[in-house]
Design a protein around this ligand. Structure first.
Ligand SMILES: Nc1ncnc2c1ncn2[C@@H]1O[C@H](COP(=O)(O)OP(=O)(O)OP(=O)(O)O)[C@@H](O)[C@H]1O
Length: 538
């Protein structure tokens, strides 16, 4: 067989693309029998075509890929099911590549290429290629199996793993790899879904992170193995969900998208290179719990969500929809809503030839969007918005809102429920509510109604004399958010038990002050920062 040297010219691009390429190569080398490794080479050739499309500057001479092109004959499969599984793997691989390509053509405000790191990778790649050709591979447990791989695969494998130990920072955050999670402590199971299991872990006893990996005992793996019989291939298929999620976390940078801190590839459960994503830690969203919190906190969730949807509608990847929009796909980080499950996100806009192709069906409502230039107009944005309405706004927005804001909130709920507004208008309206609330413009001018007088006591607190109220920020006492003293007086007068209150120096996310409401002032004592108001008449 003639050996032809091919030159691959690769220019620009991002680090993650390179490493995903690395992973992709590995994923397509499932075994070492003749048939499998031949297919692996064809896939590597295919992979090279994608690298070429990236247009980056890296030169690799690859005799193996050339051999694959010239000697390629359609592999015969022993089973149609195996083909089916490989087809699914390929489709997921291609989907990830599509997101990589979009990222490559985008030159916006994302992560800059880290030239030093890329330089080092190129050096590593060249050194490893040279060493493996000379048969001087170092053997360590971690790299032992690399000797079974082709020079190109081995080279990619090594550069991928070396990447894990290159310290780096991304957006001011340390980028974490395998060595960061080698000695984690306090590992606790957080939850799992169809495919993944998520654990909480403490790094160096300081930073708490979430570790996400394929759940070997989960439904996805179980069903796949039952159907196709190959744990390794089923793992590869499932792991693409994590790879896709990591790709999207990298590309979609927004305060309401969970941050990817890093990732690790390591052997586990007899499978090579299993992937673990290391992400920001959140707490699962409990709708029942949310319904018991203050309107201000519930409004925060809705505003976070609309800010997120606005970003997704105008994202660098195009308009992104969250196909699985259940509340469990989101977590809370310090009261802020963040999306965690991105494996069902899609930037593909439905194609159409007529409006009839642009139907959106929900349990209680159907919509038909217009078809414009072969695409359903705004379908991704509108699907997100209607889901936000049905899962979040109807429950969280109007209930116990300040009366002055109610008409505005009802308008938002109605307009999104009818899909009368796009996400831009929805955001404008929610930001307006935020402005009115945070500036105290929701307060009714009812100062003439205050009958009682209060004595102001600076630098004071009232330790006891608690009573319970709703929606208190503290379980034992009545701790509420108020815009200022005037609102606190109104609250105190609306509670039959209230005889005093203390304005604390703690603030909420809107800048409101937290005030403790009390049944009396017998336990009044000096305390810096607080100001007590004791009712003296009325
Ligand atoms: N960063 C995180 N911090 C805290 N909890 C998390 C985090 N990421 C995920 N979880 C929890 O773990 C569960 C499973 O995670 P995830 O949704 O990614 O898995 P999945 O297999 O894709 O689930 P699904 O079947 O919903 O698609 C989530 O429902 C969420 O409650």
């Amino acid at each position: 067989m003639t050996m032809k040297r091919r030159k691959i010219v690769v220019a620009g691009g991002f680090c993650l693309s390179f490493f995903l390429g690395t992973l992709m190569n590995l994923l397509f080398i499932p075994g070492f029998d003749h048939h499998q490794s031949h297919r692996g080479r064809v896939h590597r050739f295919y992979q090279e075509q994608q690298l070429l499309a990236d247009g980056r500057q890296l030169q690799i001479s690859d005799p193996v890929a050339a051999e694959a092109v010239e000697g390629y004959t359609e592999p015969t499969s022993s089973s149609l099911q195996q083909n089916d599984l490989q087809q699914q793997i390929r489709e997921r691989y291609e989907e990830v590549l599509r997101y990589r390509e979009r990222q490559a053509s985008w030159s916006g405000t994302g992560n800059p290429v880290r030239p030093l790191e890329r330089r080092r990778l190129m050096d590593l790649a060249q050194r490893n290629s040279y060493e493996s050709h000379k048969g001087t591979e170092k053997s360590s447990n971690r790299y032992a199996y690399s000797q079974h791989l082709s020079p190109l695969a081995s080279l990619y494998l090594r550069s991928q793993m070396e990447f894990d130990v290159i310290p780096g920072t991304r957006n001011g955050t340390q980028f974490l790899g395998c060595n960061s999670i080698d000695n984690v402590t306090n590992v606790q199971y957080l939850g799992s879904g169809y495919t993944k299991a998520v654990y909480k872990a403490a790094l160096n006893d300081t930073l708490s992170v979430a570790l996400k990996s394929v759940d070997f005992g989960g439904h996805d793996m179980e069903n796949c193995v039952k159907k196709y019989g190959s744990t390794e291939d089923c793992y590869r298929l499932a792991s693409f969900k994590i790879v896709k999620e990591m790709t999207l976390m990298e590309r979609l940078q927004h305060p309401n998208i969970l941050k990817l801190y890093g990732y690790c590839y390591q052997d586990s459960n007899d499978i090579r290179d299993t992937v673990t994503a290391i992400t920001e830690l959140g707490s699962p969203l409990e709708m029942i719990q949310l319904l018991q919190t203050s309107w201000e906190e519930r409004f925060r969730i809705c505003l976070s969500l609309v800010r997120l949807l606005h970003y997704l509608a105008h994202s660098p990847l195009g308009s992104v929809t969250l196909l699985d929009f259940r509340p469990r796909q989101f977590v809370l980080v310090g009261g802020e809503l963040k999306v965690t499950d991105l494996d069902d996100a899609s930037a593909e806009e439905a194609v159409c030839s007529a409006a009839a192709d642009c139907g959106m069906e929900f349990p209680a409502r159907n919509f038909t969007l217009s078809c414009h230039r072969g695409r359903c107009m705004g379908i991704n944005e509108k699907r997100n918005l209607y889901n936000a309405y049905r899962f979040f706004f109807t429950y969280l927005l109007p209930h116990s809102a300040p009366p002055v804001l109610r008409p505005l909130l009802d308008e938002i709920v109605n307009a999104t429920g009818e899909l009368a507004w796009g996400v831009d208008d929805t955001l404008i309206h929610l930001e307006k509510v935020f402005h009115l609330y945070s500036k105290g413009l929701y307060l009714q001018n009812n100062s003439q109604l205050h009958r009682a007088e209060y004595k102001r006591v600076p630098n004071a607190a009232i330790a006891g004399e608690n009573y319970r109220c709703w929606p208190s920020y503290q379980h034992e006492g009545c701790l509420l958010s108020v815009f200022g003293v005037r609102e606190a007086i109104a609250v105190c007068e609306s509670h039959a038990q209230c005889r005093a209150f203390v304005m604390t120096n703690q603030t909420t996310w809107t800048g409101h002050q937290l005030a403790f409401f009390k049944t009396g002032s017998a336990s009044l004592s000096p305390a810096p920062g607080g100001v007590a108001y004791v009712r003296v008449s009325g």
